[in-house]
Design a protein around this ligand. Structure first.
Ligand code: FHN
Length: 439
């Protein structure tokens, strides 16, 4: 009997502990879940050659020496972090993630671990990481740091070029141990400088979790800050999924997720890459992502002098105008209707007091939404706060089981330049039907 009692207590305790852990995790993740929009920044010596970060030398499109010589053009001469922070604030972004060190191993801060850094090897000759994160914090925006776990420049890292290894990692555990310590020391330096709210790891694909010491890194960073959020690229030690440059058709399995996406086709500054996504394409992608309960991390690639390409500023400002107009439908909402209830993205107020429908394209004629069990008080167009007429078919008091289909039409004059959003106000909390009709 005693054994049974202690076993049931253990089960009860572990259940409570699991619940406590999960509710503590939900509390930690809440700002991230509410944030919806972040700004990603790929900035480094590669910006001065207008080439992609790190990959050009690894893939032998340029020699390593040619790649590293781009350091000579990295001046940050027009760098005004306070202006960047204000512009990111204007977009409606709630967090910013800056590349502290990409796969090329060149640090943006004054690392004591080696001389491969912007302060030590470029005309900028200063830490360009800390000032931005401080300005970001002043704007009330969360601080994110991108850090590449791989480092193709480091003598204790096995890989150098796509066809050239420094050593076989199986034969040199001592070098891997030194490299793991190097990574942990650099991460500790960054933490001491800016205490990030979020770590965005990358470069996890070449070595194993054991070889990269990812468990130790996760424990170390969570020891520095129990509320820190870590992306899902620290192997199995991360908090959320990170699909990239492609809208997931099925939402990722993890509860929290974020799509990171370039504005054109390059992460770094590339003046020849004019293939910018239109504001409409970015806003519709954003709507689809938040409709599925995710965040969008939209990338900018600044110039080597610290200015932003005009095309990127235009996109950021257009995005900010749209997010500002549609705040209610974006921030603090949860994922919208299941597929098929409405032919477009949707979100639901976190307290289920409203349903927001995103109208894709410039619809003319009647649209409809299905499955709303609640009585509807009104339907308004966000930004105009005008009610629109709607009708229920069949009439609600004739339906058996399944609720009526709600038809409505939005006059073009009330439609947004990019994506119009309707707020459906139910009587009481929103209830959606899962009825299969009268059997
Ligand atoms: O190789 C990097 C790439 O350069 C870029 O930094 C992206 C951003 O998510 N991450 C890696 C590719 O997945």
């Amino acid at each position: 009997m005693k054994k049974l009692l202690s076993l049931s207590l253990i089960c009860f305790y572990s259940g409570v502990q699991a619940q406590t852990t999960s509710s503590a995790n939900e509390t930690k993740m809440q700002w991230f879940a509410d944030a919806k929009l972040g700004i990603f920044i790929h900035w480094g010596i590669y910006s001065s050659k207008g080439i992609e970060a790190s990959w050009p030398f690894f893939q032998k499109q340029v020699t390593y020496q040619e790649y590293i010589s781009s350091k000579n053009g990295f001046t940050a001469s027009q760098y005004k972090p306070e202006e960047w922070a204000k512009l990111f604030k204007e977009t409606g972004a709630k967090y910013v993630v800056l590349t502290s060190k990409h796969h090329d191993g060149v640090a943006l801060w004054d690392t004591k671990e080696n001389n491969l850094s912007v302060p030590k090897m470029t005309p900028a000759a200063r830490d360009v990481l800390t000032p931005l994160l401080k300005e970001i914090e002043k704007q009330g925006i969360k601080k994110g740091i991108y850090y590449s776990l791989l480092d193709w420049s480091n003598d204790n890292y096995p890989n150098f070029l796509r066809d050239k290894k420094r050593f076989d990692p199986q034969e040199h555990p001592e070098k891997l141990a030194k490299f793991a310590k190097f990574n942990q020391n650099q991460l500790t330096e960054i933490n001491q400088l800016v205490r990030p709210d979020l770590w965005w790891f990358d470069g996890e694909w070449e070595l194993s979790a054991e070889q990269l010491h990812t468990e130790q890194i996760g424990k170390m960073l969570r020891g520095y800050n129990a509320n820190v959020i870590i992306n899902g690229r620290l192997k199995e030690y991360g908090d959320y999924s990170t699909p990239e440059n492609g809208l997931p058709i099925i939402r990722p399995d993890k509860k929290y997720w974020e799509l990171c996406m370039t504005m054109n086709g390059t992460w770094g500054y590339n003046p020849t890459d004019k293939a910018y996504k239109s504001p409409y394409e970015i806003i519709t992608t954003f709507a689809e992502v938040i409709s599925d309960g995710g965040n969008l991390l939209l990338n900018v690639g600044p110039k080597p002098d610290g200015t932003l390409a005009p095309e990127q500023v235009t996109i950021l400002k257009a995005l900010g105008k749209w997010t500002n107009k549609h705040q209610k439908a974006i921030y603090g909402t949860k994922a919208g209707l299941p597929k098929g209830y409405f032919y477009g993205p949707s979100t639901i107020a976190s307290d289920s007091s409203a349903l927001y429908l995103y109208l894709i394209g410039k619809p003319t004629g009647e649209l409809y939404v299905k499955g709303i069990q609640s009585f509807i008080d009104e339907i308004r167009v966000l930004g105009h706060d005008k009610s629109i007429v709607f009708r229920e078919v069949p009439h609600r008091n004739t339906t058996i089981g399944s609720p009526p289909v709600v038809y409505f039409e939005v006059p073009l004059a009330l439609q947004d330049e990019y994506v119009t959003v309707l707020a459906i106000k139910p009587k009481g909390k929103l209830k959606i039907s899962v009825s299969k009709g009268r059997e």
